[in-house]
Design a protein around this ligand. Structure first.
Ligand SMILES: [Fe+2]
Length: 259
């Protein structure tokens, strides 16, 4: 940026000097741009479709929108780093942790439901893989608003109202100390519950306080919001409501209650 400013100033001065020399008594108004031309961005945003995990049992799910599709609620750089670095990292480490074990042939849900909570490599990376795979799917451009149909009825019946759901979910996300997740879960009785978990734990795991099938999750690790929101987690939580893809959440609700 400095170079651009210096170059711009030099051009303006040179032009003015030449103009004075040529026509000392006939000054003409020269159109000058009000702002220096912005430097072209030197870092290009990658394409999520080009991102691949190393080989192994689990592959990353495709991000169903561009990195900048959720902006300004979630900025493109955060999405890029989150998807192509953090998520890929969990996936690679999960594959490494289960290589050569009988977990290789199980689904991620089976692995997490039957998890040995002392197996920290699978707990952290299997959780990280599952949680983020769900996270990408429950957001989208043109998201926000409120759910409809059976999910809306269930929220009213089980949580009181949509506003009550928001209050509980915001509370769960705000009060999760340190890194973790807030969840909307279908419990074993088919009822909706709001809960939170630390680190990369989730409600599928045997140690979870509220057990069930997650249908909506919010990542409150700092890597999910710090670039744009710094320490203002409440603002990030509020913005999340603008990008929730309720249609996909409803599909997950239908699948969880059909089991
Ligand atoms: Fe994350």
């Amino acid at each position: 940026m400095k170079k651009v400013k210096v170059l711009f100033a030099a051009i303006v001065l040179t032009t003015a000097f030449q103009s004075c020399k040529e026509n000392d008594n006939d000054l003409k108004e020269v159109e000058v741009p009000s702002e220096p031309v912005e430097e072209t961005a030197t870092t290009e945003m990658g394409n999520p479709a080009d991102v691949k995990a190393d080989g192994g049992s689990f592959q990353i799910v495709a991000l169903p929108y561009a990195y900048d599709a959720l902006a300004p609620n979630i900025d493109a750089k955060t999405m890029e780093v989150h998807y192509s670095k953090h998520y890929v990292g969990y996936t690679n480490k999960l594959n490494k942790a289960i290589k050569g074990t009988d977990l290789e042939n199980k689904s991620i849900e089976e692995i997490l439901k039957g998890l040995d909570m002392n197996n920290t490599a699978v707990r952290n990376n299997g959780g990280g893989y599952y949680n983020h795979s769900l996270f990408w799917e429950v957001m989208g451009p043109n998201g926000g608003g409120e759910p409809s149909g059976k999910l809306a009825e269930a929220i009213n019946n089980d949580l009181g109202s949509f506003e009550n759901f928001k209050t509980q979910f915001t509370d769960a996300a705000s009060k999760q100390f340190g890194s973790g997740w807030a969840w909307l879960v279908v419990d074993k009785d088919g009822k909706l519950k709001v809960t939170n978990t630390p680190n990369q734990d989730n409600p599928l795991m045997p140690g979870a306080e509220v057990q069930g099938t997650p249908i909506l999750g919010l990542d409150v690790w700092e890597h999910a919001y710090y670039l744009n929101y710094q320490n203002k987690r409440p603002e990030y939580i509020n913005a999340f409501y603008n990008v929730i893809n309720w249609e996909n959440v409803a599909k997950k609700y239908d699948a969880a209650t059909a089991q």
